[in-house]
Design a protein around this ligand. Structure first.
Ligand SMILES: Nc1ncnc2c1ncn2[C@@H]1O[C@H](COP(=O)(O)OP(=O)(O)OP(=O)(O)O)[C@@H](O)[C@H]1O
Length: 277
């Protein structure tokens, strides 16, 4: 269970995240939606500890994530893999090495420096690529792949970490609808194996189609926490505001309007449906 307790983050005078309380059981697939600047990325980055909390605490089971330092922090960042809109691959390294870089934590630093990977690690990386259906690209430079393929490499790299949780910050924002669907299907399949997936999404329809639980943020606060069915137009208006609502729906209709290939699992109910303030 991931527990976020009264977490806030300030940048100077700006409050990016304000008093957020969430409990996310292991294995949930959670979509975080909201307008640009609502605080979605900052929330994810605090869970992964790319950003520190200004106040409040984040716990994972008995682990006080928000106070980890040194090796314990690196272990957490291995357990809690993060993928980004811009993939963050090394462009002039081949795909399989990019995937193996997911193993850096916990290895001998000298081997890392020399980029020496064991046959076992190479096999595992190939398996991860096969799982994402891109093993044929293993020897290509990452920069020669399409955006959708690159995002799948990033997911394979995340899997190499053996994570308990994957945090995805707008993973499909720069992809065409077909690639967006492949990437979301991959995240859903990974989640079906018990890995928690928390993903920021711009579009309502994607969150509805893939996530059993949707968290809506506005001005740093959680203003909705519930199932796709509970996300009515009125609720969407609270999240996006009257202007943003039009944008959210029209965007959903055009750029990344996608639906999952296989039927979804039955939704589990969020344990702590948070009330709008
Ligand atoms: N490093 C930073 N320094 C100063 N302000 C920041 C920093 N990071 C985020 N902010 C501010 O915090 C607020 C929340 O930003 P955040 O990126 O978390 O929102 P978001 O919902 O993820 O938006 P987007 O969908 O555009 O990525 C914004 O007003 C942003 O300008």
């Amino acid at each position: 269970m991931l527990k976020i307790s009264n977490v806030s983050r300030r940048f100077g005078d700006k409050v990016a995240v304000s008093g957020v309380n969430l409990e996310i059981p292991q294995g949930q697939m959670v979509g975080v939606i909201g307008r640009s600047g609502a605080g979605k990325s900052t929330l994810l980055r605090m869970i992964n500890r790319l950003a520190d909390v200004s106040s409040g605490s984040i716990d994972y089971g008995d682990l006080r994530v928000s106070e980890l330092r040194g090796q314990a922090l690196r272990n957490w960042q291995r357990d809690c893999a993060m993928i980004f809109q811009q993939f963050n691959l090394v462009p002039r390294l081949d795909v399989i090495t990019n995937v193996m870089l997911g193993r850096l934590n916990g290895r001998n630093p000298v081997l890392n420096l020399l980029q020496v990977f064991s046959p076992g690690e190479q096999l595992e990386a190939l398996k991860a690529l096969e799982r994402l259906d891109i093993a044929a690209t293993a020897m290509q430079w990452a920069q020669t792949l399409s955006g959708g393929q690159q995002q799948r490499v990033a997911i394979a790299r995340a899997l190499m970490q053996g994570p308990k949780m994957i945090l995805a910050d707008e993973p499909i924002a720069s992809l065409d609808p077909r690639n967006a669907q492949i990437v979301m299907d991959s995240l859903r399949d990974i989640n079906a194996e018990g890995i928690t997936v928390i993903t920021n999404l711009h579009t309502l329809d994607t969150a509805r189609a893939y996530c059993e639980r949707i968290i809506g943020m506005a001005a740093g606060k959680v203003v909705f926490d519930g199932t796709p069915d509970e996300l009515t137009t009125d609720v969407a208006r609270t999240i996006y505001g009257a202007d943003g609502l039009k944008e959210a729906f029209s965007e959903a209709m055009t750029s990344t309007s996608i639906a999952p290939v296989a039927p979804l699992r039955l939704p589990r109910t969020p344990t702590n449906a948070q009330q709008a303030p």
